[in-house]
Design a protein around this ligand. Structure first.
Ligand code: SF4
Ligand code: SF4
Length: 485
């Protein structure tokens, strides 16, 4: 694994002048090589050794749950790949050899990827191996599963190589029983029982009704959860982790719907909003799950489909609708949470109190709603999110980089469910650094994966002193509800 640093950062860390660091590099005392962007790269081992010499702890905090030995053992174990035999261009992953010819081998993708070097992972290497028909090596490798499918590499590629599609294609080739973590189990359960966690219909309905009663007693008089409401304007799908583990989190959206006087409903069947077929690489499962949502829209005769639960739910469903159900898009609209929330705010359907969130606030752009939506659908949700947040917060600042160039939180591509937590946390160091540099006290995001990675992992691993909220949670917490008589 490689450690990336700037001379000025290293000088500050070790309490020496910048020239001293440069002299160490020139003399070989500090075994680093120059990389792009005036940065240097050195082996993580060497960095640790230097820290030991100076009696310092490495950047990863002493109370980190990252097992440094595990991280260390990941180093370059696959870097010594055997020389391949030329002339065996079966081109299984790509039939058209000109596809691989497009790659300039420039390495821009590798320098943009926050996890390059870990376990030998490197997007340029993956592209070259695919071109050289090293399909079996790629399928066996865990690289495609450690990649978060964030699209950062693809975004900077001057040759427009579709690296994320390639990663997904490689994932699709692995035997289903060898897919890491519970991804495939979730897909199978969803196909058999209508949601990833197999929650029975009667339990789901009882939970929704109970939560609705609680909300009616908590500032929303007359509220009752509209289950299977035929002819409602909006159908909203649900992320099964909410009814399973965080049911109260559903009330934020419900509170907003109530305040806006919205006509909406939840289906009692096939209500799963997330689609793990995107992560497993399996098109047939992905298509089935999207098809069930189309069936729900038709059965309940709704006008607008809202996928409010996570970036990947929106991306997978929108992608599936475009690809397999283009006719359905003539029957109903697909709304993002941004469209809906901004419509409520600008249309005066909800009123917000900005004084409740005076602290310095940043927005974490989810890859799927931002960079990847822009690339795939021609529209990325960057400014709408900021308008919504600015309506609720008086002190919004930016992380650098942001919008299209933002870093993934480290939990994309199903990483939260994968058995590679050391890599996920290591990836998240970029996000932790961005947040620290912004000096924010509140981080807002629009994705379950980002929220969980930040709130349940990075805050502890990197000692971040921030609160994390969903954007719809922020809106619900800012709403001025009419006084109950
Ligand atoms: S950035 Fe694009 S062209 Fe350059 S090595 Fe990576 S895939 Fe190839
Ligand atoms: S998609 Fe993201 S994690 Fe995967 S190789 Fe590209 S930059 Fe790295």
């Amino acid at each position: 694994m490689m450690f990336e640093f700037k001379v000025s950062e290293m000088a500050e860390e070790f309490g020496v002048h910048r020239n001293t660091i440069r002299n160490w590099i020139n003399a070989g005392t500090l075994p680093a090589t120059e990389g792009p962007g005036r940065k240097y790269l050195m082996k993580f081992d060497d960095y640790q050794e230097l820290c030991e010499k100076f009696g310092r702890k490495p950047h990863i905090r002493p109370n980190s749950h990252v097992d440094l030995e595990t991280v260390k053992s990941l180093e370059e174990k696959n870097s010594e790949l055997p020389v391949i035999e030329l002339g065996r261009f079966a081109q299984k992953l790509y039939d058209d050899p000109s596809w691989g010819d497009s790659c300039l081998t420039c390495g821009t993708c590798a320098s943009a990827c926050p996890i390059s070097g870990v376990d030998g992972l490197d997007p340029r290497k993956i592209v070259r191996m695919a071109f050289l028909s090293m399909e079996e090596d790629l399928i066996k490798s865990d690289w495609p599963w450690k990649c978060t499918m964030c699209g950062k590499c693809e975004n900077v590629c001057p040759a427009n190589i579709e690296i994320v599609q390639l990663i997904r294609k490689i994932r699709s080739r692995r035997k289903r029983e060898l897919i890491p973590g519970p991804i495939q189990r979730g897909v199978t359960t969803c196909l058999e029982r209508g949601n990833n966690l197999g929650i029975p219909k009667e339990d789901f309905i009882a939970l929704l009704e109970g939560l609705g009663q609680e909300l009616a007693e908590d500032g929303c008089p007359g509220f009752a959860t509209p289950i299977d409401a035929h002819g409602a304007r909006i159908l909203t799908q649900v992320n099964s982790k909410e009814p399973f583990a965080e049911p109260d989190d559903m009330k934020w959206w419900w509170r907003i719907f109530h305040a806006a006087g919205e006509s909406w409903t939840i289906s009692s069947e096939n209500w799963e909003g997330v689609n793990w077929g995107l992560f497993s690489g399996e098109d047939s499962s992905m298509k089935t799950v999207v098809g069930r949502i189309v069936d729900n829209m038709r059965r309940l005769n709704c006008e607008v489909l809202l996928l409010p639960e996570s970036g990947h739910a929106y991306y997978a469903t929108r992608y599936g609708l475009n690809r397999w159900y283009p006719d359905a898009l003539k029957e109903f609209k697909v709304a993002t949470l941004f469209d809906l929330l901004l419509g409520y705010i600008q249309g005066g359907r909800i009123r917000l109190d900005q004084t409740r969130h005076p602290q310095k606030t940043v927005y974490q752009d989810p890859c799927n709603y931002g960079r990847k939506s822009l690339r795939t659908f021609g529209q990325g949700y960057f400014e709408d999110a900021r308008r919504i947040i600015s309506s609720c917060c008086s002190n919004m600042v930016e992380m650098e980089p942001n919008r299209e160039a933002n870093y993934c939180c480290g939990a994309g591509g199903g990483a939260w469910a994968m058995p590679f937590s050391a890599e996920r946390i290591y990836y998240g160091r970029m996000k932790a650094r961005q947040i620290n540099e912004s000096e924010a006290e509140l981080v807002i995001t629009a994705c379950h994966g980002c929220r969980d990675q930040l709130q349940k992992s990075l805050v502890q691993e990197y000692d971040l002193e921030v609160q994390v909220k969903y954007i719809w949670e922020l809106v619900a917490d800012s709403i001025i509800l009419p006084k109950v008589a």
